[in-house]
Design a protein around this ligand. Sequence first.
Ligand SMILES: Nc1ncnc2c1ncn2[C@@H]1O[C@H](COP(=O)(O)OP(=O)(O)OP(=O)(O)O)[C@@H](O)[C@H]1O
Length: 330
Amino acid sequence: MIRFDHIAKSFENKPVLKDIDLTIDQGELFTFLGPSGCGKTTLLRILAGLESPDKGRVWVDEQDITWLPPEKRGISMVFQHYALFPNMNVEKNVAYGLKVRRTSRDVIVERTKTLLSLVGMTGFEKRDISQLSGGEQQRIALVRALAVSPKVLLLDEPLSNLDANMRDRMRREIRDLQKEVGITTIFVTHDQQEAMTMSDRIAVFHQGHLVQVGHPMTIYNEPINEFVARFIGESNLVSRQVFPEWFSGLEEEKACIRPNALRMGERGQVQAWVKTVEFTGSTVMYDCVSREETLKVSVEHIQGMQPRETGEEVWLSVKDGAVHGLKVNT
Ligand SMILES: Nc1ncnc2c1ncn2[C@@H]1O[C@H](COP(=O)(O)OP(=O)(O)OP(=O)(O)O)[C@@H](O)[C@H]1O
């Protein structure tokens, strides 16, 4: 439905986006993930029409929108800062876009009612924005964006101003709302956990490059290179030189092994010593030293089980198929 066709963009001769080629399907919740400054927001702004690309084209529904003004694109955007109108109450904020489009009063009332109930905020119509919590303000910002029935919804780090609990809740709410409304949505975040829990697919960006696109589980289990392996979840990056026994059948010189893919026992493939033990509740996380490298091992905690102790000798083995070869960073 959305196609970024070889997009490039520089600011002051500094390339920020390098040849981005990407297609997003109808109804997807698609996430742009990457560290700060990698170009995610710039790509989103190019889609919204707030920036123009130096090269390439943007397509929505098979229409070339590269040079279309923002208001004609049918795209709504929600930012990190809620940007609600502080001098208008909830109802007026939600209805704003409809009013500008000269929608009839009856339709506005009905639509505002439906939207507020979608986010569990029926009864808040007359509240001032200043009387809402951060989470409530963000819900209003969301439904205000949806009120005008856009083709695409863009969310730029909308949860980063919320506390951890509210962020968790809003992740689920946004996900449910998006599925209920069925609107194609692009979500920008640098939080890998947020990306993993919410998205249908993720695009990982690094220094203006699109490094990997895929389902969250694929990106976790099959990171394409060292950058993705490090950025998404915890991982052990091992080299053939140090652990040759884990590279049989692989062509690559480096590989990623997730901490839960290592088994700890009395016998095994690689001898190691426990350096630190960390109890997290459902798992015990160990740092083990082997051949002067530290390997992270996570073991499911079973009640009554005695964890290993610092300094203890252990043997580590890899579960079948769990060594994933990595390309050199591009
Ligand atoms: N209008 C501008 N003029 C000059 N440089 C800009 C402009 N907009 C963005 N940049 C620069 O382009 C780079 C990419 O910015 P962008 O906002 O796209 O990154 P991001 O991945 O969204 O990061 P963050 O998560 O911090 O928002 C940054 O180095 C930024 O300073």
